[in-house]
Write a protein that binds this ligand. Structure first.
Ligand SMILES: Cc1cc2nc3c(=O)[nH]c(=O)nc-3n(C[C@H](O)[C@H](O)[C@H](O)COP(=O)(O)O)c2cc1C
Length: 232
């Protein structure tokens, strides 16, 4: 049966964007887990094309005063200055990079109960009204950027809780799950959370790392990227 004229379903490889939040490279446990996850994903979906965004080494636009003014300018009916237009072009490119992918993997350590500041910088860039979320009739946030796309979080932390105020001590997992799930609309797979990662003997640390990589591998095997968005 032939397609109606003008409709071309050109299947393309599913695209996954890996956002690497740890600056520690080969010494990073979250990065090792992300690599294991990607290897396992590639076994079940060999055609997946991975883009690697290293928030520490890749260029990210500064999100400072002019960007903050540009963000609200349309709302306040203000015209962007030339400088703001330039900044917003770079912001838009980062959002388009996410939008051009069918799935997202974020791997990150906890830093001071939250996320490393370069990952936060990237978040400040890609979370924008209309382009990544919008409001419904009751003024509630509705995701745009992640709709119909799966996302996986791989999170490491030394020892997030000391048991006294757990609701105040984790601004990594609840924050990222809220952001990628509720705010941006991604379909979140169960987060891979590795803790505690600090142990005193090398043998204990090796055991923790081996178990962590195993958990990430299992998550990678379960992860499925929808091919519905894989149309040219
Ligand atoms: C600057 C900095 C701040 C950290 N803050 C916390 C923290 O608040 N809570 C925690 O449990 N671990 C904290 N850690 C420990 C890391 O989250 C932990 O070592 C993690 O396993 C590192 O993952 P990575 O190897 O992927 O970078 C911190 C580490 C660094 C370097």
């Amino acid at each position: 049966m032939s397609e109606p004229s003008g409709v071309h379903h050109l299947a393309r490889a599913p695209r996954l964007l890996w956002v690497e939040g740890s600056p520690k490279g080969e010494r990073s446990l979250s990065t090792a887990c992300a690599s294991a996850f990607l290897e396992a994903t590639a076994e079940s979906q060999p055609d997946v094309a991975v883009t690697h965004l290293d928030v520490w080494r890749d260029d990210l636009p500064e999100f400072g005063g002019e960007a903050a003014l540009a963000k609200f300018a349309p709302l306040f009916g203000e015209t962007l200055t030339d400088e703001q237009v330039g900044i917003w072009q770079q912001v838009t490119e980062q959002i388009e990079l996410v939008a051009a992918h069918d799935a997202v993997l974020v791997s990150t350590p906890m830093w001071n109960w939250s996320v490393p500041y370069r990952l936060k910088q990237w978040i400040d860039i890609i979370v924008q009204p209309l382009a990544s979320f919008t409001l419904d009739a009751d003024l509630r946030h509705v995701g745009v950027l992640g709709v119909g796309k799966p996302a996986q979080l791989i999170l490491t932390r030394s020892s997030a809780y000391d048991g006294r105020a757990p609701e105040l001590e984790d601004h990594q997992q609840p924050y990222l799950e809220f952001l990628f799930g509720s705010m941006l609309g991604f379909e979140l797979a169960e987060s891979v959370v590795i803790e505690p990662t600090t142990a005193w003997t090398p043998q204990e640390r090796e055991e923790i790392a081996a178990r962590a990589v195993e958990l990430a591998t299992e998550a990678g095997r379960r992860f499925r990227i929808n091919s519905t968005t894989g149309q040219a």
